[in-house]
Write a protein that binds this ligand. Structure first.
Ligand code: UD1
Ligand code: MG
Length: 453
């Protein structure tokens, strides 16, 4: 089939400069949700009608499989489909989607498509408690005879609770003919796509309907309030999928996934965690409260303690990270590593069983196995212009409050005394210490307060 996505409307009630379909739901633009679903149907072509916001939308979503039709000015949903009509393949039916109805599912659209077959007009309809604002499905007996827009409806028609979701499948040749005959003789002076229903009936084309699997699938976004409501629906659905797959969530209402979260078996996630981009958690991973993970991979049996932030980093198995640890891009921690509170790591490769338990900055570093990094250790990786590397070999012991002025290397098994400022390489197996000699002055007297005479 052909898929036409209507995305030209301006979304006035969003009160935003951003085109409506670019607002994000679950970290992804509204239109991207619709396009993912459209692509899952393997259509012959996807045609997006854009207009409000100018070229921003086609530029943001540019892809080889998308074709764009500009609608300017925007004279209604029928007028919008007309802009794409010349590009549509007559030999297959056409599915119309809205760019601001992001959660419609593959299954619901497959069922609608099956209802339509090749020659029927199929409408996705729902029954709602408050139908105001929507187009009403007018039936004679079981037969659908037309759609009447709210603004054009009389009181009796306004009582109808079955509404048009806007999503439909039509035989393409007939659709083009019906579009060509639309008029804007109505309350809004618009070319209504919904007028093709009466045209189909007049042509003797069967009009059928189908329901979505869930009510929220057909909800649109017209305001920030509706956007937030749909965000909750999406998050609730994602949380449910995780729990069904065996993940323990302390509270499914206090979890946000803005991207993809893949979990192994027996994963536990405490409250208020945010997952962005692509995150993978191995078997038995435990995530403490208030952690933020973005494009991260966490190995089996590892525990992230509360308030840990992981961005573009990976952690091996059986590690213990946090509380209050920050792993920045390019960080790769091995198995059984420990990273404690107020430790920041950036572009650091840390091999198995090494530890940095308190208050450290490790940047642009390669650290071997079983290394112990004392509290207050800093890699001075930046000279104000360039970044330099620190290498610490296996079994080294870095005393507290050490500064490693990169580029510098600490040999295997070396010990650095506390407070060392290391500016040259430290040889293997020796104690290196740079520290002012400690002295005590025996004759020193503490000053005493003068008494006024
Ligand atoms: C439309 C339907 C109505 C249905 C409702 C469901 C018509 C005439 N009415 O009404 O029966 O109950 O949706 O939400 O079809 N758009 C364009 N170009 C335009 C106008 C709209 O691309 O010129 C796009 C919008 O960006 C939006 C969609 O079409 O994605 C629907 O437009 P909207 O203005 O929300 O239509 P409604 O009046 O709500
Ligand atoms: Mg609308």
């Amino acid at each position: 089939m052909n898929i036409v996505v209507l995305a030209a409307g301006m979304g006035k009630r969003m009160n935003s400069d951003l085109p409506k379909v670019m607002h994000r739901l679950g970290g992804k633009p509204l239109l991207a949700h619709v396009l993912d679903c459209a692509r899952s149907l393997m259509p012959n072509g996807i045609f997006i009608v854009y207009g409000h916001g100018g070229e921003q939308v086609p530029e943001a979503f540019a892809a080889a499989d998308l074709k764009w039709a500009k609608q300017d000015p925007q004279l209604g949903t029928g007028h919008a489909v007309m802009q794409a009509a010349p590009m549509l393949d007559d030999s297959v039916p056409t599915l119309v989607l809205y760019g601001d109805v992001p959660l419609v599912s593959h299954e619901t659209l497959m069922r609608l498509q099956a209802k339509a077959g090749s020659a029927r007009l199929a409408l996705l309809t729902v029954e709602v408690d408050d139908p105001s604002g929507y187009g009403r499905i007018v039936r004679e007996g079981e037969r659908i005879v037309r759609i009447v827009e709210h603004k054009d409806a009389d009181d009796a028609t306004r009582k109808i609770r079955e509404i048009n979701t806007g999503i439909l499948v039509a035989p393409t040749g007939a659709l083009k003919r019906w579009l060509g005959a639309l008029s804007n003789d109505n309350a809004q002076r618009e070319y209504y796509l919904t007028d093709i229903i009466a045209a189909a009936v007049a042509d003797g084309v069967a009009v059928v309907s189908s329901r979505p699997l869930a009510e929220w699938e057909t909800r649109g976004v017209n305001s920030k309030v509706q956007l937030a409501e749909l965000e909750r629906v999406l998050q609730r659905n994602q949380a449910r999928q995780l729990m069904e797959a065996g993940v323990t969530l302390a509270d499914p209402a206090r979890l946000d996934i803005r991207g993809s979260l893949v979990c192994g078996r027996d994963v536990e996630i405490d409250i208020n965690c945010v997952f962005e981009g692509n995150v993978r958690l191995g078997d038995g991973v435990r995530i403490g409260a208030n952690c933020v993970l973005r494009n991260a991979q966490i190995g089996a049996g590892t525990e992230l303690l509360p308030f840990t932030h992981v961005d573009g980093a990976s952690v091996g198995a059986q590690a213990r990270i946090g509380p209050y640890a920050r792993l920045r891009p390019g960080t790769e921690l091995g198995d059984h590593t420990h990273v404690g509170n107020f430790v920041e790591m950036k572009n650091a490769k840390v091999a198995a069983q090494s530890k940095a338990n308190h208050l450290a900055y490790i940047g642009d570093a390669v650290i071997g196995q079983r290394v112990n990094i004392g509290a207050g250790t800093i890699t001075c990786n930046y000279d104000g212009v360039n970044k330099h590397q620190t290498v610490i070999e296996d079994d080294a012991f870095i005393g507290s409050d050490t500064q490693l002025v990169a580029p510098v290397r600490v040999g295997r098994g070396a010990t650095l005394g506390a407070g060392t400022t290391l500016t040259r390489d430290a040889p293997a197996d020796q104690l290196t210490v740079s520290r002012a000699k400690q002295l005590s002055i025996t004759s020193w007297k503490r000053p005493v307060k003068k008494t006024p005479s």
